[in-house]
Design a protein. Structure first.
Length: 181
């Protein structure tokens, strides 16, 4: 536990956007809602097996561990409609999570499609989860609005290059967008 605590402390204060302030600027209280990279790091440092679901999930997990900010990965074929909105979770809003039966969303930043919320910086939904049969995936890097664009562009390039080489991804599109209401 001391090793885990020390590594978590290092992660929160490292020079790559891993501070608690960055997580707070995502609209989360890092003492109440553990960001997904921190939860993943805790599992790895405890010696729990690295979650293996799909090679794209492995890549997203490696990115999150390296950069300390959450990345959501979604099966694009399970996203409803043509529009995805980043907004705050509404009172009483929940979804079934990948590892937990209910994720409460009120006040948290969430991604939503025509069917409702499906992702946030702490836990993704079961409805849009990547699985062994996923062919098309959407990765969302959750970063505060004031995060330097040049660093985000480098991270997107890193992700794109590895998706092409490690996953043999054909069409890879990247872009940056500021959050919505």
């Amino acid at each position: 536990d001391a090793l885990v605590a020390a590594e978590i402390g290092r992660m929160r204060t490292a020079d790559k956007g891993r501070t608690a302030g960055q997580i707070e600027r995502l609209g989360l209280d890092p003492t109440r809602h553990r960001p997904s990279p921190e939860a993943l790091l805790r599992r790895v440092l405890r010696g729990d097996p690295f979650p293996r679901v799909h090679p794209a999930v492995d890549l997203a997990n490696l990115w999150a561990l390296e950069h300390g900010l959450p990345v959501g990965l979604y099966d694009a074929g399970r996203i409803e409609g043509r529009r995805i909105t980043l907004r705050l979770g509404r009172p009483g809003e929940v979804y079934a999570g990948i590892r937990r039966p209910e994720i409460r969303l009120e006040g948290r930043p969430v991604l939503a499609d025509a069917a409702g919320p499906f992702g946030n910086p702490t836990a993704d939904s079961l409805r849009t989860a990547v699985g062994e049969h996923t062919e098309d995936a959407l990765a969302v890097l959750f970063a505060p609005a004031d995060h330097p664009d040049d660093e985000l562009a480098r991270w997107l390039a890193w992700l794109e290059e590895r998706a092409r080489t490690l996953l043999s991804a054909g069409a890879v599109a990247t872009g940056m967008s500021a959050g919505g209401s």
